[in-house]
Design a protein around this ligand. Structure first.
Ligand SMILES: Nc1ncnc2c1ncn2[C@@H]1O[C@H](COP(=O)(O)OP(=O)(O)OP(=O)(O)O)[C@@H](O)[C@H]1O
Ligand SMILES: [Mg+2]
Length: 383
């Protein structure tokens, strides 16, 4: 059965020609929630439906070992989620201005600001990514203004250093203010419609993620009743609901992978039925130079230096013995690393969560690289 660009039924899928991120075989979901099936511009042949793996998730929490690429991947995920005319808020909670760096912008204030657009396709506008650098003090002042109408008192408290004091002596309060800001953005509505289709949080590293998200128990020592408690309970409901997914970023090395496995186990074990675990984003993946079967042989020491030297000599090179020894050592090192990475991949399969692979951008990350990572997430169904 053949379809043409723009074909549609009243409540059926919409058919479009492939372009932009949809090049090849990547159908998408329409703004109205309808499936968009992708047809090759020439063949006009339907290919397959596209459902992302996280339909219904509105709060994407991105964690992982320090330096594994949390901020970068959170930025790429926000871009990917914004495709198809969506509006996404990317939130930073550690006050490090990592988002500004990733998007090549000057430092961002405590204010929701548009920082990027997802690419257009022929039929759909690209969406918008907004950013917010949240810090506990600003969140506390906003909270006082919102719930107690205490804007002026808040300013006086800041002058007296009380907000610093409050957020320093009660780390649980800091966390609930930040997660509370994310929960508020998820729930915010205008004219009956959510203001943001999704919120992506560049969250603290794996070692702190359980405590950070386990809002209720963290504030229970602080407030048993009253507005802080009610606020914490609301935040907790959002975080424990299927509207939330905690994604783990890792490289294919032993330590970061171990942190993913420990982090997933910790989230499962938290009180209140655990916190929903999302995908595993394997970052900085390098292409394999040889098939795995050959790499295994090389790693086991099967490189024949003598034969290698003969080959180099036949190619007209001098000093082939030394060259062959260097080449063999390099090849063996590459093979040992590649085989080790396979072992890490196998470990990451164990929890049974979807895994996505993001390529190493060879000449260093820049905006073009970020869009490449976003496209990779989109193509693999993460967004
Ligand atoms: N796929 C990639 N290809 C190449 N470089 C990458 C990739 N992903 C991240 N990087 C680089 O790795 C470094 C660490 O990335 P990033 O800052 O996103 O990590 P992080 O986990 O947020 O770190 P931190 O724990 O310090 O917040 C940065 O220099 C970034 O540009
Ligand atoms: Mg970071």
């Amino acid at each position: 059965m053949a379809f043409r660009h723009g074909d549609t039924a009243a409540d059926g899928p919409l058919w479009i020609s492939c372009d932009g991120w949809l090049t090849g075989r990547q159908p998408a979901r329409g703004r109205d929630g309808r499936d968009i099936w992708c047809v090759g511009a020439d063949s006009l042949q339907g290919v397959s439906t596209r459902d992302t793996d996280w339909e219904g998730v509105r709060l994407h929490v991105v964690t992982g070992k320090g330096g594994a690429g949390k901020t970068t991947v959170a930025g790429a995920l926000a871009l990917a989620l914004a495709s198809g005319g969506k509006r996404v808020l990317l939130m930073e909670v550690e006050g490090r201005q990592g988002i500004a760096q990733v998007f090549d912008r000057p430092p961002l204030p405590y204010e929701e600001r548009k920082i990027a657009v997802a690419p257009d396709s022929a039929t759909q506008p690209g969406g918008d990514v907004y950013a917010l650098v949240a810090d506990p003090e600003s969140a506390l002042l906003e909270y006082l203004a919102m719930f107690y109408n205490l804007r002026h008192a808040g300013k006086a408290l800041t002058r007296l250093g009380v907000t610093d004091f409050a957020t320093t002596i009660a780390p649980g309060l800091r966390d609930v203010l930040l997660t509370g800001k994310a929960a508020e953005a998820v729930r915010r509505k205008k004219a009956g419609r959510p203001v943001y289709d999704a919120v992506v949080m560049d969250a603290p590293p794996t070692g702190r993620i359980g405590r950070y998200l386990n809002v209720t128990s963290e504030v229970s020592g602080l407030a048993r009743v009253g507005p802080i408690r009610t606020h914490a309970d609301t935040v907790q409901r959002v975080i424990h609901s299927p509207e939330t997914a905690v994604h783990f970023v890792t490289t294919l090395e032993e330590m970061p992978v171990q942190e993913v496995l420990d982090g997933i186990a910790e989230l499962h074990e938290l009180a209140g039925g655990g916190i929903p675990v999302g995908g595993i984003m394997i970052n900085m993946v390098r292409p394999r130079e040889l098939p795995l079967s050959q790499l295994r042989l090389v790693a086991a020491g099967s490189v024949d230096e003598h034969e290698l030297a003969l080959g180099l000599k036949a190619a007209g090179l001098d000093d082939t013995r030394r060259l062959a020894a260097d080449l063999a050592a390099e090849l063996t090192e590459h093979a040992v690393a590649a085989v080790g990475q396979e072992e890490q991949r196998r470990r990451l399969d164990e929890p049974g969560q979807p895994c996505y692979e993001l390529p190493m951008i060879p000449d260093g990350m820049d905006l073009a690289g970020l869009y490449r990572l976003a496209a990779a997430l989109h193509e693999q169904g993460a967004a």
